[in-house]
Structures are given as structure tokens and as C-alpha cells.
Design a protein around this ligand. Structure first.
Ligand SMILES: Cc1cc2nc3c(=O)[nH]c(=O)nc-3n(C[C@H](O)[C@H](O)[C@H](O)COP(=O)(O)O)c2cc1C
Length: 168
């Protein structure tokens, strides 16, 4: 069975150089399309204490997480990932890496021999070090070709997403 697990934050964000308010985060839009296409289960990775909706405040919180190598507590978690053999893992690029709460999620399960398809939204720096980070915590997983999409262009990225799904 397939699972789409993702972290995404609605609220104030940078969008093509401007600050705007997003009801739904960029990564969530991609996750929903993938889950719909694959008929996959979804799980939204959420920290117990949400990051601020205010962009600058959120950046301060996230930078503090990185300084402390934090593992923010999850709001809730799956009981198990045993029934899933393929996981589509979505996250925004935060400071060149995966958000620390995604590490909390990944470290809570054994991904040995699971297939992971990473997808990332960003505002210019692509995947950066995120796949290295993923490999470091899921070293026994099979990590497939990652997809990187510019967050402010996700609404126009349908074809790129569908092409990537076909490649696997
Ligand atoms: C705290 C924070 C740090 C970010 N760091 C980067 C970065 O280092 N490189 C980059 O290209 N984009 C960065 N971004 C932009 C996000 O990756 C981009 O807006 C993404 O699409 C947000 O996804 P979401 O709407 O699903 O939360 C950052 C955004 C935030 C809020």
C-alpha cells in the first residue's frame, strides 16, 4: 500500500518575492494531487506546537530548531507504517534541509526496505541537503528520485508531478 506523508504550513509565506497568506501550504497541494492520483492514504505531519502563521516569527522558530537540532513533538502519529511499502514523503525546504518535525516522524519508525519517494517545495534552493538528511535517518530505505518544485509555481506544476509519478 502507498502512503503520502507530508509536512506543510499554511499562513503567511513568500510568494514570488512578495508576502502573501496561503490558506493551504504548497507542499499540501502537491501531496493531495499525488494521493488522489495514486489512491494513497495520507498523513499530515504536524508539530504539537505549530509554527507561527507569521512568516518572520516562523523563520525565528525554525532557525532555533536547527540551532538546537530539535525534534519537535508530533501532534499525532500513525500507529504503524507496517502496511505501507511505498511512502511519498513531502516537505518544504527549511534552511536547506527537511523541517525538524519531519525528522521526528522519520525517526519514529523503521523504514528498512521501504521505498521512499521524496518531494520538496522550495523558493529557490531546490532540494539542497534534504535528501542527504533523509538518507541519514532512513539509511536502510530505498530512496527514489526526488522531485523539487518551486512553491510559488505548484499550481502550474501538475504535468511535472504526473511525469514524476510515471517515472517510478
Ligand atoms: C522557515 C522557512 C525556511 C525556509 N528556508 C528555505 C530555504 O532555505 N530555501 C528555499 O529555497 N526556500 C526556503 N523556504 C521557502 C519554502 O521552502 C517554500 O515556501 C515552501 O514551498 C513552503 O512549503 P509549504 O507551503 O508547504 O509550507 C523557507 C520557508 C520557511 C517558512
Amino acid at each position: 500500500m502507498k502512503l503520502v506523508a507530508y509536512y506543510s504550513r499554511g499562513g503567511e509565506n513568500h510568494f514570488g518575492g512578495q508576502k502573501i497568506y496561503l490558506e493551504k501550504g504548497n507542499t499540501q497541494k502537491v501531496a493531495e494531487l499525488i494521493a488522489d492520483k495514486l489512491g494513497a492514504d495520507t498523513f499530515k505531519i504536524e508539530p504539537l506546537v505549530p509554527y507561527s502563521e507569521n512568516y518572520d516569527e516562523c523563520v525565528r522558530e525554525v532557525v532555533a530548531d536547527f540551532r538546537n537540532n530539535a525534534r519537535p513533538e508530533l501532534k499525532e502519529n500513525l500507529e504503524s507504517i507496517d502496511k505501507y511499502d511505498e511512502i511519498y514523503l513531502g516537505y518544504p525546504n527549511y534552511c536547506g534541509d527537511m523541517p525538524k518535525v519531519v525528522y521526528t516522524f522519520l525517526e519514529s519508525f523503521d523504514f528498512t526496505n521501504k521505498i521512499i519517494h521524496p518531494f520538496c517545495t522550495h523558493e529557490g534552493s531546490g532540494l539542497a541537503n534534504s535528501v542527504k538528511g533523509l538518507e541519514s535517518v532512513c539509511h536502510s530505505a530505498i530512496i527514489k528520485k526526488p522531485l523539487a518544485l518551486k512553491g510559488s509555481l505548484v499550481d502550474e506544476s501538475r504535468d511535472a508531478i504526473l511525469d514524476w509519478l510515471k517515472e517510478e
